[in-house]
Design a binder for this molecule. Sequence first.
Ligand code: UFG
Length: 324
Amino acid sequence: MKNILVVGGAGYIGSHVVKMLDQKGYCPIVFDNLSKGHLAAVQSYPFEQGDIRDRERLNEIFCKYKIEAVMHFAAFIEVAESIQSPSKYYHNNVENVLHLLDCMVENHIPYFVFSSTAATFGEPVQKKIDETHPQHPCNPYGNTKLIVEKMLKDFEKAYGLKSTVLRYFNAAGADDSGEIGESHTPETHLIPIVLQAAAKKRPNVKIFGTDYPTKDGSCIRDFIHVNDLSQAHILALEKMEQENKSDQFNLGSGNGFSVLEIIEKTKQITGVDFKVETAPRRKGDPAILIADSTKAKNVLGWSPRYSLTRIIETAWNWEKNRKY
Ligand code: UFG
């Protein structure tokens, strides 16, 4: 059984990937400092509390387990916060990843799967964003992720470390079991916020910007289910090991939905009406982000299975019965 170190495995996407790794016969070892993650999300998997800033602790883990590959989910992810507090983002999302990569090289760990983002592209210059699209981030969060992408290229050349960069568009939804799901404090993501309004846990939903150059004036995003993302991680890991080659993939459904459409669809699915207000644009938000994931489909054989309806249904199931 292959041991995979999942850094940030107690967080939203990490915990779903951990569950799928286990189902596919891997042994995921969760490494998390629990600053954002939840112990309840770790369930019965091997858990090591720690921080990737702590190189001694990392070396200890690499000695304790024979690790075949590392997956990294332990990043700060909020665009708006990254504009207000860039230092926090550069320290965690760049400096700490550098510590992790150094320790991997020292311990001869050959493979790394890195969670990157659509935010590395900035304002799109074409309708759908594929891997050849220019990368000009328009916020510090995107900058931090792009810096690591560049570091990985240099690490491969100098030290032979192979990596797969997975650029997520808008991760959403929850595991069908309802055991794990999305839980951020504060919550800033659209779908959980809209569902919290439907659950009467918040008074309203604010639409950040209704004057974008889109069909209804609100931003358009490409929502992809967290289990579809998890599937891509496993396919990417297997491909990287088989071919011993680095690569990058954009992961989205290829369909764009506006903020207003998400609100309407949520009202339909939940059968609950709630208050919606308009608000000014949020800084750092591109108008439209839609993935072209043809490469992931062709090279990895990846095929996303969850529709937008199913994304909202699973997230609603989680929101109503959340465990953390
Ligand atoms: N939005 C609202 N009201 C809200 C919350 C969000 O109108 O209460 C809007 C945002 O302005 C944006 C859209 O809904 O237009 C989606 O916002 P999210 O915060 O859910 O997601 P983002 O697109 O900002 O962020 C996601 C990931 C980031 C990643 C980014 C890529 O969460 O990690 O996509 O740009 F960087």
